[in-house]
Write a protein that binds this ligand. Structure first.
Ligand code: MLT
Length: 241
């Protein structure tokens, strides 16, 4: 039986084996949610980069450039990191370079993995169905907040691990994440509303929680292939047309 492991922070990646495993990058508020929205709205691909300066270099190739730091859109960029900025009229058919405080960092730190996928509540069922069909060992990589553990990513790890019923979970972090999910799933928005990032959003006037918690809103399976995040074709994912 395949196994599922959970890494609560990128700082812990060094203690886990990613080789020969599928990594799922999780940054519910908001990078992996925004990536799912962008692809579901018809974006061609997203290129995650480490710095705003590197991001801007893609502009001369006709890319849209999205940059966020500390929850805020950076001046001079086309978008920040709100899913609401990745609407069809803006992103359809476009290549997007993106850098965020946590999500793109966690992805770039996970490149040892055999394959890298993107997970959020908006693509939970599509991703779970795909992983069950693939039947490969999976490592859930929570982006957290600046290498600290956060509530929302840990909750999503528990939700996804709970869906992977035919997987072994021989690591306590997955057991903890599943217990967390079991306790919170019936009032998810109230629980996540208490998180440090939701509180940060309130101070910043950011109202993205409804979009980020819109369960299965984006039935896509994004994969990081040759430095770009693309949406796997439906027939490759097992999702019904
Ligand atoms: C992220 O990486 O998603 C950011 O740290 C959080 C945000 O976009 O507010």
């Amino acid at each position: 039986m395949p196994s599922v492991e959970t890494i609560f922070s990128p700082a812990l990646i060094q203690h886990h084996l990613l080789d020969d495993r599928y990594a799922v990058i999780i940054d519910v508020l908001r990078a992996t949610t925004s990536i799912c929205y962008a692809l579901n709205e018809g974006a061609k691909a997203l290129t995650p980069v480490a710095t705003p300066e590197h991001c801007l270099q893609y502009r001369r190739q006709g890319y849209l450039c999205a940059a966020e730091r500390n929850g805020l859109k950076l001046e001079g960029f086309d978008m920040g990191n709100s899913p609401d900025e990745f609407r069809r009229e803006k992103v359809e058919g476009r290549e997007i370079a993106i850098t965020t405080t946590n999500g793109t960092y966690a992805l770039l730190e996970s490149q040892q993995a055999e394959r890298i996928f993107i997970g959020a509540f908006v693509n939970l069922d599509a991703l779970a169905s795909f992983l069950i069909r693939e039947n490969k060992d999976v490592v859930l990589v929570c982006a957290g907040w600046k290498n600290k553990v956060n509530l929302e990513d840990s909750l999503f790890a528990g939700a996804l691990a709970t869906c992977l019923t035919n997987f072994d979970c021989d690591c306590d972090s997955t057991l903890m994440a599943k217990e967390l999910w079991l306790a919170a799933e019936s009032n998810l928005s109230e629980v996540i509303d208490q998180s440090s990032h939701a509180q940060r959003f309130k101070k910043l006037g950011v109202d993205d929680l409804p979009l980020c918690l819109d369960m299965n809103r984006c039935p896509v399976v994004p994969e990081y292939i040759e430095n770009r995040i693309v949406s796997l074709p439906l027939q490759n994912t097992g999702i019904a047309e």
